[in-house]
Structure formats: C-alpha cells, structure tokens
Design a protein around this ligand. Structure first.
Ligand SMILES: [Zn+2]
Length: 281
C-alpha cells in the first residue's frame, strides 16, 4: 500500500507487468518461525503505512491551489500539496515527546499522519509529531490523566501495605529475639527489630533469611546490636584498630552479653557498657 491518502496499491514497474509486479509484492519470512510469530509478522507487514506530512525547510507552492504560505506539505504524484488540498487541514498537530499520549491519540483518531522534518546535519527525516483529530487528543489526555490518578492511588495502597508488613515483621522479629534471648530487655528487642527492619537498609532483617526469621539471621542482628551498643567496638574503629582485630578483642564481651540474655533474668546491660561483670563469669 502506498503511504498516500488514497492508500492505492504500490506499483513497482512502469508497465505494470503482472509477473514482475507479483514477484515484488511477495514477502518472505524465515521458515523456522512459530505460528504465533508468523501471525504477528503478517499482521505487521499488512498494516497500511503511516501517512507522512513534511514540514518543509523552505517555502513551497502547492501544486494544486498554488498557495505559497502553507507550513506543511504532502507529496503526491503532482508534487507537493498543502494540507487543505490533501484534506488533512482539520487535523491538529501533536508534538512528539509524550509516548503514551501519542499512542492513545493515534488510536483514537480515525485519521492521522506522521509529521517529519528533514535534518540537514543528520541527513534524514526526523519525526516531529503527529497530526490527529482534536477530539482524539482530548480523549487521549483524559486517559493519561486517569492513568496518573490510578497510579497515585496504587502507590498509596502499596505504601500502606508496606508499612503494615514492616510493622508486623518487626513485631515478629522482636518476639523471636525475646524467645531466643529471654534476658534481653523487651525495649532492646524492639529497638533491634526496628533497626533491622528499617526499610531499604539492606540489613540482615531485610534479607530473605531475616524475613523467614532464620535463627542465624536473628542471631546476627542481635550480635550486631550488642557489638555497637555494649562493647567499645565503635570506639576501637574510631581509634584506628583494624576491624578484624577489634572484633577479636570484643568477642568475649559479646559472648558474655549473649550468655546472660540466653539465660534470662537480669540483663547485664543497662548503660554501663562492656565492663559490666557477668556474675556467671
Ligand atoms: Zn493547496
């Protein structure tokens, strides 16, 4: 099909020689395509080409009405004609840039044309936008607007769901910590859970293991907390002690706190730091 208003069939030879015309009209496709791929390709190939309208770089004279002040032209056999002569002057120009709007406006418009302009530097015609019916643009704008509202509503729903999920996750984790470490003060368990469950922090509690409340993951969260809160680990790092060495030095402190928390009863912590003696040794 020709990309002209009348959509006439393409002709490949001057004489319209039947056999040669047929040869040019045959389209080939790879033999190994699936049935579905074949269908898709056939549909695409049989779609009529877009009507093309050109924004000329220089003024032109319409080959039909001879006017010289038109800003867009369409090419016909007779030459360049203005949009009025091409019966496209009732369409409005929708500049390129909003893909969703463009797609919808084209769909809603019974008649549309692609507007191109020749780029001297790139030496090719470049798409500037679309000519569509005014009503189609309005309809497309409505759809895009309600999309945006729908998306906003969905974001809000997602956010609420995430908050609820996080809260229940934190409560679950805190309960787990207290069961594993009956001596851990409840407010401390809550704090560890909060810290661990912080959104997007990538900490242990956010990992899959943490979500599943794997005992190892819970233990790691508790150890990390004890390390920073109940040992001089952070100060050592500030003083330039290498991390491995610092961890080695505080290992006993951590073990003592964990042992006390495991047993339950009084907590060895309480702000007095790592030097708090553990009655059990
Ligand atoms: Zn004209």
């Amino acid at each position: 099909m020709a990309a002209t208003r009348d959509r006439r069939p393409l002709r490949f030879t001057a004489a319209g020689d039947g056999a040669r015309e047929q040869a040019y009209h045959v389209q080939w496709m790879p033999a190994e395509l699936t049935e579905q791929q074949r269908e898709r390709l056939t549909t695409r190939q049989n779609e009529p080409p877009d009507l093309v309208v050109v924004q000329p770089l220089r003024a032109f004279t319409c080959a039909r009405c001879r006017r010289t002040d038109a800003d867009m032209l369409m090419t016909e056999d007779a030459g360049a004609i203005c949009l009025a002569c091409a019966d496209l002057d009732h369409l409005v120009f929708l500049p390129a840039g909003d893909a969703a709007l463009t797609r919808r406006a084209r769909q809603a418009s019974r008649l549309s044309a692609v507007v191109v302009r020749f780029s001297r530097s790139r030496r090719r015609h470049e798409r500037q936008g679309l000519l569509v019916e005014r009503a189609a643009i309005e309809q497309a704008e409505q759809q895009c607007l309600s999309d945006e509202e729908a998306r906003a509503r969905r974001r809000e729903r997602d956010r609420q769901r995430r908050e609820v999920a996080d809260e229940s996750f934190q409560q679950e984790l805190a309960g787990h910590i207290v069961r594993m470490f009956p001596g851990c003060p409840p407010e401390r368990a809550a704090e560890i859970s909060r810290h661990t469950g912080e959104r997007g922090s990538g900490r242990v509690g956010r990992s899959a293991a943490g979500r599943a409340l794997d005992p190892d993951a819970v233990l790691r969260a508790v150890v990390a907390s004890v390390r920073h809160e109940d040992t001089p680990y952070d100060e050592m790092l500030m003083d330039g002690v290498p991390r491995d060495e610092a961890r080695e030095r505080i290992r006993g402190d951590i073990d003592r706190v964990l042992a006390a928390w495991r047993r339950g009863g009084a907590s060895p912590t309480g702000g007095s730091g790592p030097s708090t003696p553990d009655p059990a040794g």
